[in-house]
Design a protein around this ligand. Sequence first.
Ligand SMILES: C[S@@+](CC[C@H](N)C(=O)[O-])C[C@H]1O[C@@H](n2cnc3c(N)ncnc32)[C@H](O)[C@@H]1O
Length: 273
Amino acid sequence: MEEKVTESDVAFMAACYERFDPSAYLQYYYSPEEAHLEREDSFMSWILACLHRAFSEGDVRGEVLVDIGSGPALYQVMSACEVFNKIILTDFLEANRQAVRLWLQDGEGSGMDWTPYLQKVCELEGRRSSEWTEKAAELRKVVTNIVTIDVNLPHPLPHDVLPPFGADCLMSCFCMEGASPDMAMFNRALGNIGGLLRPGGHILLIGALEETYYLGGAGVKIPVLPLNEVQVYNSLKDNGFSQISLEVCKLPQNIKSDMEDMSGVFYAKARKN
Ligand SMILES: C[S@@+](CC[C@H](N)C(=O)[O-])C[C@H]1O[C@@H](n2cnc3c(N)ncnc32)[C@H](O)[C@@H]1O
């Protein structure tokens, strides 16, 4: 962790997000045609299954969970909301925070129908998919805050958002590699968010493998740090995490997209020392 991170690297990444468009982003990656929830071999089905497993194994528990870089998305906390009493969603951009706020208020005007995701997670939990309305209500109940975050700051969250000992669990999906243009920044950002977690708490990371860009809106190409699973493992270890497990899902050729160039998705679970 000797590499140097310059202020211009941080400013460059912030500038990349100025034209991020939450509605376009949701359409590109989470619309039914793109997410392929009906296919068991789609990366979204794999991610939802990983998260379901993470929150049903029994060791990831506590009061407070923080989702880092939630964007305008909610799929990632649909299993967690059955286990944690308080979920804090976070994002760098007000437009993204507003998108989740709108859905949590009543769904109207959010531009996104999360029903198929809620149904799928109900099925993973062994419930009838028709029980999705109960899950939606649970989600609306346990998401207590939607706050600003910058993973590149030593204290990424505003003061007083967390209890004194920190969160019981952190999760983050497709954020860290898109907020860090190089490995030095990634390592440092992981250390920054690690500071939000209490000792013994878990981190769940989901992210893209070997991705160099994704589209955050029409013509908005956002650079991504191309990562492999060894780099993710080492960064977790070097930042004080142990019991690290890492799984990889390679994307089937026939559902590759031209809106990003990742080769697969990783899921990492680890415990803070
Ligand atoms: C690819 S999106 C992922 C959103 C969501 N977690 C998902 O799974 O779709 C990356 C997110 O990281 C956020 N982000 C960018 N720079 C950040 C930073 N420095 N700190 C925290 N979040 C950041 C962006 O605003 C964006 O919402």
